[in-house]
Write a protein that binds this ligand. Structure first.
Ligand SMILES: NC(=O)c1ccc[n+]([C@@H]2O[C@H](COP(=O)([O-])OP(=O)(O)OC[C@H]3O[C@@H](n4cnc5c(N)ncnc54)[C@H](O)[C@@H]3O)[C@@H](O)[C@H]2O)c1
Length: 400
């Protein structure tokens, strides 16, 4: 079997890749696999680092059975009749990728989307969430240091890797602040890794809400901490009930907002769930949050101060809660917002290594065991110019 590692072609440039040279080397030794790497001048691992390991680097991907990329492949670069794996960002009917999905069908491409490489229960097996959480939490501290003239952390993109990021954090001293972190997935765990590296004390909900501390503390909360059942809720309150019937719940986040200084949003927001805080909530004199690292990054939604995504080049802006307008990130009345929507790109080396490990563990075996766990079947969105049954709900979207 021949696998092609394709060049990333999106703007701004994305330096990540599915497999590092070392991983390709190892996979070629362990399996009946041969790799071809498409040349790229932006990839974090240069062409020579593959060539040094005798891995073929070539523009010609004709002989490849499968092509692996990270982000959306531009329509003109799609090779007809091939099988691809990449993030197509189409499963939620994202309008900006409608033409891409149409082209994939027209060109009779078999598309497997990384986002839907899942266990049978639907939970995702691979992704870059951990790296988003790591960089997002760090960026929030960077904003704090710059805004309050406390310390000057460098941008992650100028650092070599995660170790270098952690070394920078070792140099700072934090003020006594309360940090609230939402979520239970990969993003939240990545953010927690940064908080734990800084040796910030983790406290439970009751203590966080009611006690004063001499040192910085954080509290990690999940859906049933920041939502409560409405009086009309009939079902038994549980996480799975919340996921199925979010309309039976209302936000209980204000009790956290009243005592939190720095909020790290690392949750997954499901359609129909209550907003954590609205623009009105943020106007309340009791609303205490003045810094948000919104890794979840749902725009103009559950975290009302996130009025737009920010960029790696310009990662911070201010949200003025009274005027509801954007202001300077260090405006004295602003909630400082970090809402970069491509955070893992800032840590391309570690993110590629981590992603490659997950892909090697969960997907590569499926090529050789007749997909006995249904991994490929669940992730296959298109085949022979048709949407597969699981993704047939996208038919109207592509017909528009
Ligand atoms: N800013 C960025 O660069 C960036 C990068 C990666 C991910 N993200 C975003 O961060 C968020 C979290 O991603 P992740 O990688 O941690 O996800 P994940 O798949 O690792 O975890 C999702 C968690 O949400 C829970 N969940 C499932 N359905 C839910 C629902 N309806 N309501 C609430 N929780 C539910 C699951 O139990 C799981 O624990 C996503 O919205 C993702 O788009 C942002």
């Amino acid at each position: 079997m021949k696998i092609g590692l394709i060049k990333e072609r999106k703007t701004p440039p994305d330096r990540r890749v599915v497999f590092t040279p070392e991983q390709v080397d190892q996979l070629q030794q362990e399996h009946q696999l041969k790799f071809v790497v498409e040349p790229s001048d932006i990839r974090i691992f240069p062409d020579e680092s593959y060539q040094k390991r005798d891995i073929e680097v070539s523009e010609n991907l004709d002989a490849c059975d499968v092509l692996l990329g990270v982000k959306e492949v531009p329509i003109e670069a799609l090779i007809p009749h091939k099988s691809y794996f990449f993030f197509s960002h189409t499963i939620k009917m994202q309008p900006y990728n409608r033409d891409l999905l149409k082209a994939i069908l027209d060109k009779k491409i078999t598309l497997y989307d990384h986002e839907v490489i899942t266990k049978t229960n639907g939970s995702r097996l691979i992704g870059f969430g951990r790296y988003a959480g790591l960089v997002g939490a760090y960026n929030g501290f960077r904003a704090l240091g710059l805004r309050d003239n406390l310390f000057n952390l460098p941008k992650v993109e100028y650092l070599d890797d995660l170790n270098a990021v952690k070394e920078e954090l070792d140099k700072i001293k934090l003020p006594q602040i309360k940090i609230c972190l939402t979520g239970s997935g990969k993003v939240a765990l990545g953010a927690k890794e940064i908080l734990d590296h800084l040796k910030i004390k983790s406290v439970g909900v009751e203590a966080f809400l009611s006690e004063k501390f001499e040192e910085p503390v954080y509290c990690k909360i999940d859906v049933l901490d920041y939502n409560k059942p409405k009086s009309t809720c009939k079902g038994e309150v549980s996480k799975s009930h919340f996921f199925k019937h979010p309309e039976d719940y209302e936000s209980d986040f204000m009790r956290f907002a009243e005592v939190t200084d720095y909020f790290i949003a690392g949750h997954f927001y499901g359609e129909g769930a209550p907003y954590l805080y609205t623009r009105e909530d943020a106007k309340s004199p009791q609303f205490n949050i003045n810094l948000v690292a919104d890794v979840s990054c749902d725009i103009d939604g559950p975290v009302a101060s996130t009025i737009k995504p920010s960029t790696i080049a310009e990662p911070f802006y201010g949200y003025h809660p009274i005027s509801e307008q954007e202001v300077e990130f260090n405006h004295p009345e602003a909630i400082t917002v970090m809402a970069v929507d491509n955070l893992p790109c800032e840590l391309p080396k570690d993110a590629s290594e981590g992603f490659g490990e997950m892909f090697a563990e969960h997907v590569i075996p499926a090529f050789f065991n007749k997909d006995k766990d249904g991994i490929l079947e669940r992730a296959k969105m298109t085949e022979n110019g048709q949407l597969t049954a699981k993704y047939a709900y996208l038919q109207d979207f592509v017909n528009q």
